[in-house]
Each structure stands twice: as structure tokens, then as C-alpha cells.
Ligand binder design. Structure first.
Ligand code: ATP
Length: 283
């Protein structure tokens, strides 16, 4: 897993004016609310860059490469646009995406942070998925553990990014679809896909696929860390997997009132797809 250090954005000095560093006006300003999407693809070559270096578009050489190749965590920031309500209330943009890797303060341009990738408010979820998540899925299908998670303050866009809607599917449905496409394109292997859906609320782990599975314990054994007693469903199609998410969502609604009272409390869900894949016996 990632070290804490790996999750920390790197603060930069001023690297120039906003206009000079911004590729286009559409990505130079965005809401003061932003979401950080973290990705952990253990040992995945595609996620092996240094935390503060843009992973996808830089190829680096030199003595630091060995060190960087150990880095498995990338941090991506996605800005959402101001909502109509925020515009009506006269809310102002506080941070903006300055190019593809820098977040800069509107009020003090000398304050800037570098991330692996920064997406402005006009970026589609599909693009975020393609650039920042797809490689974790393809890595997982090759047996490399991977995690994609979103964090941010309330209303920063976590649900929009991870779940999305019919018009703009989120990272979870896109990942499910991709997973099954990869299975179809890999006829020489057999895959067993199992899904679990958990919520971590105030440090309590609840099973969203099983109403009886409350306050589950996190344990460790020789094979690694696991949640004791969590329900795992074998899934046979994208529709089946997505129906499990929908069922889990119904369950989350039960917690919504608590969540509202909790102000900035975070409601986090984990949608987990462990896959066991083996070469076909006949191959
Ligand atoms: N990239 C985006 N483009 C357009 N609208 C967005 C975007 N991201 C979020 N929104 C909108 O902003 C609002 C808040 O987003 P969302 O519900 O995803 O936040 P959240 O972080 O999940 O909030 P909470 O923690 O309170 O559940 C929603 O109306 C959503 O549709």
C-alpha cells in the first residue's frame, strides 16, 4: 500500500503566471471545491512514477528512475464546475488547474501544488477514467492488486466521479464494463469475479450487500488483509455487477439522514472486485 508520504501533494514555488502556464482558458479556472482521486496499482508499471511527477506524459531517465519505479500511488485531482446555486450565491473560485499537473491558488499565484494529474472542470469522467484508472483495471486483470478511491469534502464530486449517472457513467460502471471486455478478449483464461460492497462510516465497516453485516472486523492472515464475514457475490455480467451496486445504494439511503447530521462526516464506499484468474485447463 501507499505510504503516507506518497499521498502528500508537493508544494511548489511560483512557476509563472497563470496565463503563461495554462494550456487553454477552459482549464485555467475551476471551483474552489475539488476532489482528489487516489490510485494504488501495486507493482503496476503504469503507476510507477514518483508522486509529484506527472505519470502519464513524462518519460524520465537517470539515477532517480530506480527509486521512482517503486512508487505505486498516484494522486489525481479533479475540479468540478461551480454549481448554479454557488454561482447565484456569488461563490468564487479559489483554486484552478494550471496545466495538467499543477493546482494553483487564485488569490496567491505563488501557492501551487503538483499532482500526478490535474483535471479541469470541463473534463469528462470518461477521460478521467482513461487516463487515471484504466491501467489499474487492466493491471488487476493480470493479477496485480489495485485500488481506486476518491476522497474530498462533501459535495466535491466523489459520487459523480465514481458512480456517475446514465448520461455520464462513473469510474465504477466503466471499470465493470472494461473488466468484462477484458475477459471476453482473453479466451485462453478462466476468470472468477466476485464482488463485495462495503461502506466505511465513522470508521465502522458495514456490508452494503448484506444488511446483517454491520460493524465488520478487518483481519489479517497469511494471504493478506480481509474483512471478516463480508458477503462476496459471484458476478457473471456487467449488468449483474451493476445491479449489486444499485442494491447497495438502496442500503446507503438508510444512512443519509445520519450523514446530513454529521456535517462534514465522510461516507465512503468500497466496491471491490477480487478476481481469480487461471489458465483454461484445456489450453
Ligand atoms: N465534474 C462535474 N461536473 C458537473 N457536475 C458535477 C461534477 N462533479 C460533481 N458535480 C455535481 O456536484 C454536486 C455534488 O457532487 P457529488 O454528489 O458527486 O459530491 P460528493 O462528493 O459525492 O458529496 P457527498 O460527500 O456529500 O456525498 C452534484 O450535483 C453533482 O452532480
Amino acid at each position: 500500500m501507499a505510504s503516507r508520504q506518497g499521498l502528500r501533494p508537493k508544494k511548489l514555488g511560483s512557476t509563472g503566471s497563470k496565463a503563461a502556464n495554462s494550456p487553454s482558458s477552459s482549464t485555467t479556472s475551476s471551483s474552489k471545491h475539488f476532489l482528489e482521486t487516489s490510485i494504488d496499482g501495486q507493482s503496476s508499471p503504469a503507476s510507477s512514477s514518483a508522486r509529484s511527477k506527472p505519470q502519464y506524459f513524462f518519460s524520465e531517465s537517470g539515477p532517480l528512475d530506480t527509486e521512482r519505479s517503486k512508487e505505486n500511488v498516484t494522486v489525481t485531482v479533479r475540479f468540478r464546475p461551480l454549481s448554479p446555486r454557488e454561482i447565484r450565491q456569488g461563490e468564487e473560485i479559489a483554486w484552478y488547474a494550471d496545466g495538467e499537473t499543477i493546482v494553483r491558488s487564485e488569490h496567491n499565484p505563488s501557492i501551487a501544488y503538483a499532482y500526478d494529474r490535474v483535471f479541469g472542470p470541463t473534463t469528462t469522467t470518461r477521460h478521467v477514467y482513461d487516463v487515471a484508472a484504466q491501467h489499474v483495471i487492466s493491471g488487476a486483470m493480470e493479477g496485480i492488486n489495485g485500488t481506486i478511491f476518491a476522497y474530498g469534502v462533501t459535495s466535491s464530486g466523489k459520487t459523480h466521479t465514481m458512480h456517475g449517472d446514465q448520461r455520464s457513467p462513473g469510474i465504477i460502471p466503466l471499470a465493470v464494463k472494461d473488466t468484462f471486455s477484458i475477459i471476453q478478449e482473453t479466451p485462453n483464461r478462466e476468470f472468477l469475479l466476485r464482488v463485495s460492497y462495503l461502506e466505511i462510516y465513522n470508521e465502522v465497516v458495514n456490508d452494503l450487500l448484506n444488511p446483517a453485516g454491520q460493524n465488520l472486523r478487518i483481519r489479517e492472515d497469511a494471504q493478506g488483509t480481509f474483512v471478516e464475514g463480508v458477503k462476496e457475490e459471484v458476478v457473471l455480467s456487467p449488468a449483474h455487477a451493476l445491479s449489486l451496486i444499485a442494491a447497495g445504494e438502496d442500503f446507503i439511503v438508510l444512512f443519509t439522514e445520519v450523514h446530513k447530521m454529521g456535517c462534514i462526516c465522510m461516507l465512503n464506499t468500497l466496491f471491490r472486485i477480487p478476481d481469480d484468474n487461471h489458465p483454461c485447463p484445456s489450453q
